[in-house]
Design a protein. Structure first.
Length: 270
């Protein structure tokens, strides 16, 4: 299905799942103020994969923290869910970070179970769901292994399973593949699309890689250098399932050039 088709299905008869309107964030320390996010407005429908792209230090992670309920905005409006579909950040968010952050003294299965334990879910069904998720991310048979026995990519797969185990409505991913080598990163992009398709979750994926943003997203939001300001937001009309081959297509190139232009990066030497 095309990205437009996914948006149409998700939005049919519903208001957007995420609604940000002119949100801003100011950090205060030692009597001084630092404007980190100046003006971000966008909507995300349920089941979408939003790529949030911009240069390092531009405020992408701050936006993610506001979505997670970890930081309140200092201006504007940030709404997730609705009266008909209430949203609880403490229960309905799954996080995946740049580093897997697996506890080295716990097995893979025990690491995946951690969010379920923290929020007090019944352990028996949670353990079965954790096993199902490990199968989904390609780690069946590694339940009793420890993090040091897994490659970097496998550790991130475990981290994704952990983010899904309590069945959250929203997955927030903060440059989860940035520390991986190029080939492993491409493979993880493909794996993430497969996992997203299987789970149907709404995902906000933060990256500073322009090709990665285009490859993954149903839509892409572009933030300028800090303080973060929304420079552009647009749907990515490339059909799923996507393969690495799409990176050589004219459509893919046009989207990447659009982002480079918004970020003020020259795309030719002429």
């Amino acid at each position: 299905m095309s990205a437009a088709g996914l948006r149409a299905v998700a939005a049919a008869g519903r208001e957007p799942f995420i609604r940000l309107r002119s949100i801003r964030k100011v950090y205060r320390a030692a009597g001084q103020e630092l404007l980190a996010v100046s003006d971000v407005t966008m909507t995300v429908d349920e089941g979408e994969m939003l790529s949030l792209v911009g240069p390092s230090g531009c405020g992408k992670t701050t936006v993610l923290k506001m979505l997670a309920g970890l930081l309140p905005p200092d201006g504007g409006e940030a709404v997730i869910g609705s009266a008909a579909r209430p949203f609880d950040p403490g229960r309905d968010v799954g996080m995946v970070f740049q580093q897997p952050l697996l506890l080295k003294w716990r097995t893979v299965l025990e690491n995946v179970l951690l969010p379920a334990e923290i929020i007090g879910l019944p352990i028996a069904p949670a353990r079965e769901r954790a096993r199902e998720l490990l199968r989904m991310v390609g780690l069946s048979g590694y339940e009793t292994k420890y993090p040091h026995q897994l490659s970097g990519g496998m550790q991130q797969r475990a981290a994704i399973a952990r983010a899904l185990v309590h069945d959250p409505k929203l997955i927030l991913m903060d440059e989860p593949f940035a520390a991986l080598d190029a080939l492993t990163r491409e493979q993880m992009n493909l794996e993430l699309l497969r996992i997203w398709s299987a789970s149907g979750k709404t995902i906000v994926f933060v990256t500073h890689s322009i090709p990665e943003a285009v490859f993954l997203g149903t839509q892409c939001a572009v933030l300028t250098a800090g303080p973060a300001r929304m420079a552009d937001v647009f749907p990515i009309e490339i059909a799923y399932p996507r393969t690495i081959d799409i990176m050589t297509t004219p459509a893919f190139g046009a989207y990447t050039r659009r982002i480079y232009k918004q970020l003020g990066v020259a795309t030719s030497t002429g």
